[in-house]
Write a protein that binds this ligand. Structure first.
Ligand code: PLP
Length: 372
């Protein structure tokens, strides 16, 4: 199988498996227990938390340390941020290209009479800062949600500029960094966002764990009730083996990873462009190094996906959370792309374990399908 669907999920790294299986077989106990076993577990939990916070560029020392709240994944972290930080009689602004977990939460907020408005993106898929400024001036705003980089196109968003504009208007900023983390350095403090979501299975860690990183002093209302764990913001016994897998997964990050991913991705795009009539969506903007959104002009994306699957080549038509539907991608629609591009676009996403040979095979398969 040639797996070019790494934005949906990635394969578990052996180092992560080892860290988790050691945790399971060493009989780690509940970190909330008072006995020495519990204390040991708590130390392991807090060490992992600190390592992840440091990896995210968050503050771990001093008078105003940031916090990391473990969740079940990116979807829960996004839900916690949005529902937990809304204020009555103030609007919420979300970019027009957010993940379905933000859109669906926004729809839920709208049903509770919260005014949610969208910030448009330009033709390259970058959020329009001028329009954000106007929207902020129109009404009091409690929260602005703009992702670090889009999951379908990889297009990187001007997060620091968004944060500056939002803070000047008295609003908090949430950043969904699910596709960003471990591909490029995450700069929580430098970006100056108030909360940031991440998901471990997107970077070779276990599925079922993610986190919300919170700036010092930012406290969302919890989604769940029942205990004091995670500062009461996410009660319930923490899944310590998953947390230790999480810490092992962030340790996989190497500064050179972006360059090697990008050269493989560029090879994929250039080779396809030499053989087939394609358009790479969002290619004029800065993009994540592992994501490519390609319109195979004249081809139907759904038929192409199925044909590729018959050759054991795994691709996707968009977010895994909206797949199964044959609707056009809301992200590409928001970019104002023409119908022939919308109907022929597929996402190809690589990872640190994708080989050049696999990419070359994928190029051959796609060329053969599109030429038949
Ligand atoms: N946000 C983005 C940008 C994503 O790509 C995804 C998953 O595809 C999520 C959030 C949801 O993460 P999870 O699968 O951990 O719930």
């Amino acid at each position: 199988m040639i797996y070019l669907d790494n934005n949906s999920t990635t394969r578990l790294a052996p180092e992560v498996w080892t860290a988790m299986s050691e945790a399971w077989s060493n009989g780690l106990v509940n970190p909330a227990s008072q006995h020495r076993g519990g204390q040991r577990a708590r130390r392991a939990l807090e060490d992992a938390r600190e390592a992840i916070l440091r990896h995210l560029g968050a503050r771990t020392a001093g008078m105003r340390p940031d916090r990391l709240i473990f969740t079940s994944g990116g979807t829960e972290a996004n839900n916690l941020a949005l529902t937990g930080l809304v204020q009555p009689n103030q609007q919420v602004l979300i970019s027009a290209i957010e993940h379905p977990s933000i859109f669906a939460t926004a729809r839920h907020l709208s049903s509770m009479n919260i005014d949610v408005r969208q910030i448009p993106v330009d033709h390259d898929g970058v959020v329009c800062l001028d329009r954000l400024g106007e929207l902020l001036r129109e009404r009091p705003t409690c929260l602005v949600a703009v992702m670090a980089a889009n999951n379908e196109t990889g297009v990187i968003q001007p997060v620091s500029d968004v944060a500056r504009l939002a803070h000047d208007a008295g609003a908090l900023v949430h950043c969904d960094a699910v596709q960003w983390v471990n591909k490029l350095p995450t700069l929580f403090s430098t970006w100056d966002v108030d909360c940031l979501s991440l998901s471990c299975h997107k970077f070779h860690g276990p599925v079922g764990i993610g986190a919300l990183c919170l700036k010092h002093g930012v406290t969302p209302r919890p989604l769940f009730f029942g205990g004091f764990q995670e500062d009461g913001l996410r009660p319930g016994t923490v899944a310590l083996p998953l947390v230790l897998g999480f810490a092992a997964a962030v340790r996989l990050f190497e500064p050179g990873i972006a360059d090697s991913l990008q050269s493989l991705r560029d090879h994929l795009e250039l080779s396809l462009a030499q053989r087939l009539p394609i358009v790479v969506n969002g290619s004029a903007a800065l993009r994540l190094p592992h994501t490519s959104n390609v319109a195979f002009l004249g081809r139907d994306r759904q038929a192409l996906l199925l044909a590729a699957d018959r050759h054991d080549l795994c691709l996707s038509t968009g977010s895994a959370c909206s797949s199964g539907s044959s609707e056009r991608s809301p992200v590409l629609l928001a970019m104002g792309l023409p119908a022939n591009v919308l109907d022929s676009s597929l996402r190809l996403s690589i990872a640190r374990d994708t080989t050049l040979a696999e990419v070359d095979q994928a190029i051959d398969i796609l060329t053969a399908i599109c030429s038949s």
